[in-house]
Design a protein around this ligand. Sequence first.
Ligand SMILES: Cc1ncc(C[n+]2csc(CCOP(=O)(O)OP(=O)(O)O)c2C)c(N)n1
Ligand code: SF4
Length: 767
Amino acid sequence: MAILERELKVTEENTAAEQVMTFESGNEMAAMAAAQINYHIMGYFPITPSTEVAQYLDQMKARGEHDIKLIAADGEHGSAGICYGAAATGARVFNATSANGFLYMIEQLPVQSGTRFPMVINLVTRAVSGPLDIRGDHSDLYFALNTGWVILTAKTPQAVYDMNIMALKIAEHSKVRLPVIVAYDGFFTSHQKRKVEYFKDRKVVQDFVGECPTGYHFARDPKKPVTIGAHMNGEDLTNNHFQQSQAMYAAGDVFQEIAAEYEKLSGRKYPVLDLYKMDDADVALFLLNSAAESAKDVVDKLRSQGIKAGVISPNIIRPFPAEAIKDALKNVKALLVGERADSYGAHGPNLTHEVKSAIQEDKDNKTIVLSRVFGLGGKDFYADDAENFFSMAIDAMKKGYAEKPFDYYGHVPGDPNNVLKPVITPQHGDVFNSGLIKVTKDEETNKLKVKMPPLRALTSKPKRLASGHGACPGCGIFGGLELFFKGIEGDVVVLFQTGCAYVTTTAYPHTSHKQTMMHNLFQNGAATLSGTLEAFLELKRRGEVNVSDDATFVMITGDGGMDIGMGSAIGTALRNHKLIILEYDNEGYMNTGSQMSYSTPIGNMTSTTNVGKTQKGKAFHHKDTPQIMASTNIPYVFTGTEAFPQDLVKKAAKAQWYAQNVGTVYGKILITCPLNWKSEDRYGNTIMEAAVNCNFFPLYEVEEGVTNITYNPEDKKKKIHLSEWLKYMGKTKHLLKDENKAILFDFEQEIEKRWLRLKAKHENPFL
Ligand SMILES: Cc1ncc(C[n+]2csc(CCOP(=O)(O)OP(=O)(O)O)c2C)c(N)n1
Ligand code: SF4
């Protein structure tokens, strides 16, 4: 509550512009500021907890509330590239990301700051993997410290809005011309709704940020050619970086100027350091972002007990406000710097050392500095924790030294007696061998022949995944995967890229996997499994593992993983490692809340392709991943679905043969996601069957380069119109309305074109 009251102390009398009071989250306010500024371009890729920013902007766009061109990238590296290209062209550019997404784009960030193109990224802070944890800490933000970007820190949703507006003006200031990060805490600030004010008229915001600069070395006018990014020798690079460093320090002064101007407009004050009762403080905490708010209440309590406590929290950390910190700590006896990240092995995280080096320049300063790593992976920071921090500082003040200058806070030794027993017993070997599937090569046709028993004979084969995973009711993932595994004999080693299948089967310390399972980051699974496979084969070759051991290596990914991980998958395919890449296609990024993937069909409604008066769902056609993978000339590519079980199991058996004997296999299985398709669970199979029968999802294989349609709805007299499939799903029902008939027609044409090409390939082995 105290936070709210403080936030609401807006000095109405000196505000120049009309504001509206509302109740919103940090992500909503970031989107609101971006929409009011009306950036030219946003390049983005979804990742929790920042995804909502793009989602809100997409909803607003569908309602016609701004003109920002929202570009859904194929990964964060791509999103950062889109942003850089747009910024270098002189557009106003915006992005939002978190955690590994931020790390995946990080290579691009020094390029942008080193060539001095302004833009704004919202970094909604979250723990960096591994292990994976989607909640908030500052481990991603700490990777930003050396990127050369100005970094503003926003403690509240109100600050998120205000800083987003100031950030662009700072970025574009002639003395700065650097990109800016606005960092706020994942979930604490991004998702919690607070009372906030925003300018009623977006023109106020647009007048404040001013005209988009045009005079710089932009690639905006092809009639005025420029060269951007010429390579440099050491001397030039030193000069370049010196200028960049000067610009960064200038950003500190510019921040103060712009904050003063903004205060006049809004009534809200953003000093370099937010100092809470620091005038006469003996003990203090230095905390970034939301934790500082919790600590302020404790300061009030301690003061009522006669302890002179205070809190320091910066509003800007790049440039680091060293002078202001030196001033604030002049008379402080003990300070505890609490940080939600570590700089492993450095005897304290980054800001501890920056604070220490700031006061070290003051020869009269006697402040004892303690450093604590806390709140990792979103571990809450309550008033009690702030009190504990203060008691450590008070103890140091009394003793005149810190007993433990650096430590972690909140870790527990753990009780070995409490080790949780695995709920499933891993299985391997003959249990997974039915002995009933026989795959042989017909030397005459060069094709595989599969002898398979009726499916019911394979039901005795155990599932590879134990039941009890956390998928939604009616989810098609596990039905699809298990059916595929019915066709695989013997042991498997699987790698799951991030997505619903991974998240719902492995919540530490539990696992649903009965066989070896590895997870790796979303974009690198195929490369990782290549390494695992080759290491296994090499160990075997040297006799360091049992030569009779064998397994089939399978990489499981969603369709989203085949966007961001496409490069890795193609690399694996071109090297032709003996493994299977199996994609379950649920037509979107479901684990992060149903954003569009490149496999989402045209016109589909997702959380980033909304339907409204100015936008009608996804704007472009679905990716033809099987054809892309087939063009790498791997020995076997197939499509399948649970609705045609015999067909899928047979293809799984072939996949295993090719992966064991020849090289890489790629397969795509269509599965249902009732939650995000907005379909009824009971229609799962019907929907998939319809997807095949309308030719949206043809069942075929490409065996050693030769295409074979394995089920032809026309021959079976089962061909249906596209609308017969779309009618089952809430995400596509709008396509059946008269007003959207042009999109439906376009969709039909595309399907027909792809089908005709496929038939031609089926008929001609040389195509
Ligand atoms: C580098 C990186 N960017 C973004 C994410 C966030 N993320 C995790 S899963 C996911 C979507 C996965 O989509 P898909 O592969 O289709 O699997 P599904 O969730 O649909 O099962 C995203 C965007 C991440 N983990 N890492
Ligand atoms: S969101 Fe969709 S894909 Fe993910 S678990 Fe739920 S039903 Fe399955």
